[in-house]
Design a protein around this ligand. Structure first.
Ligand code: FEO
Length: 397
């Protein structure tokens, strides 16, 4: 069955579009629009395979690859990143062509071995190393932490393609393959969600790596990522976006995240939102119930925000567990240059707010006010006070 897609005379997409994927990284990352695992076959005087696909699709991948080429014709395999969504089909493939050299970074070799426990024919490469494959040359660029220590890019001269692996990718299933064929609103939503949830902790490295690659002044016709679309229409657009996102990106947005037991904290959140908007109509205000709504979407909104308000009822001397889960994710993101305040209702001693403020401060947020607490259910006066708290919060930014 035909499953591959020809990109250029020399380069063919041989990956897998996963329309069903709902969660990635176990249950950590929601993928509401599916994903793809992009693998590429290069035919020059030598034949090269770049990356494979996720483990559940290994047999399908190798079967389709056999329809595209006699596997014995593959001279080199390049593994740009050992994470299982890209190296998952290696064992199935290597059973067929066990001696084929695998080009990867030194970390890549260790991590591939750590996953697959095989001593394949590894050739380790570092930045600037090249592989002549005929008319084109492949140049390797190590890109550690984009998104694992082993990651590297591969640049193909002649075709002027940057194979970027995870960088510039999105969890976005599309049959049409290219950025100019995709719904660009959806595409950018997914590209931003991907950056915010996966690459934020490594922003300093992202910026440095992009500047290093741009300094090479390589001609660029396409960026072939390992997830989502291939950037062929103005591929520099996503590079420019990454430079923006990596530079402590923020919009004129305040996100209110709250967790609530009997709706008191929700009522406070809505009154605070009203106060913010009344004080400064230019600010985008968004509200999320962290106990109910998608945590990765919330992380994306926090990524875009200049400030957040975090609210929780107090329970058992703590804040609610939905907020606890979100905070754990946020700690890992290492956000910078964001302000915050806390609020919430309580009935007994009300320690939750204080702990929440401490933990957001520990996650790198600047706590700019004392916060606001309401005993039991807020009445009309309390809700007016919450509106005023929202107004004051905006004024103090
Ligand atoms: Fe798509 Fe870091 O793996």
């Amino acid at each position: 069955m035909q499953a591959s897609k020809r990109l250029t005379e020399k380069v063919t997409w041989v990956g897998k579009v996963d329309w069903e994927l709902e969660m990635f990284h176990g249950e950590e990352l929601s993928t509401a629009r599916g994903s793809s695992y992009n693998s590429y076959l290069i035919r020059d005087e030598k034949v090269v395979l770049i990356d494979t696909v996720w483990l559940p699709y290994d047999k399908e991948f190798v079967r389709n690859l056999k329809d595209e080429i006699d596997l014995q014709e593959i001279d080199y395999i390049i593994v740009q990143h050992a994470e299982i969504d890209h190296s998952g089909a290696l064992p199935e493939l290597m059973r067929e062509i066990p001696d084929t050299p695998i080009y990867c970074t030194n970390n890549g070799k260790k991590i591939i071995q750590g996953h697959h426990h095989q001593d394949w024919n590894f050739v380790t490469v570092k930045t600037g190393d090249t592989l002549n494959i005929g008319k084109s040359t492949l140049t390797f660029v190590e890109a550690p932490m984009l998104h694992w220590p082993d990651t590297m890019f591969t640049y193909m001269s002649g075709e002027n393609i940057l194979f970027s692996n995870d960088a510039f990718g999105q969890h976005y299933a599309t049959e049409t393959l290219y950025n100019d064929k995709a719904d660009n609103c959806e595409l950018y939503e997914e590209a931003l969600k991907y950056y915010a949830n996966i690459l934020t902790p490594f922003s300093a490295l992202v910026k440095r790596k992009i500047e290093e690659v741009l300094a090479l002044e390589l001609p660029l016709n396409m960026i072939c990522t390992s997830h989502g679309v291939i950037w062929r229409d103005n591929p520099a657009q996503i590079v420019e976006k990454y430079l923006e996102w990596a530079d402590n990106y923020q919009e004129n947005q305040i996100t209110i995240v709250y967790d609530t037991m009997w709706n008191s904290t929700r009522l406070m959140a809505e009154a605070i939102a009203y106060g913010i908007q009344a004080e400064d109509p230019s600010v985008t205000v968004k509200l999320y119930n962290v106990g109910k709504q998608d945590k990765n979407d919330i992380v994306t909104e926090i990524f875009k925000s200049k400030a957040i308000l975090a609210g929780s009822a107090t329970i058992n001397g703590r804040y609610l567990s939905g907020m606890g889960g979100l905070l754990e994710m946020i700690r890992g993101m290492r956000f910078k240059n964001k302000k915050a305040a806390v609020f919430g209702s309580y009935g007994w001693s009300g320690e939750g707010n204080k702990l929440l403020a401490q933990d957001f401060a520990g996650a790198g947020f600047e706590i700019i006010t004392e916060g606001y607490r309401t005993l039991w259910v807020p009445d009309n006066d309390e809700l007016i006070a919450c509106q005023e708290f929202g107004r004051e919060f905006v004024r103090s930014l």
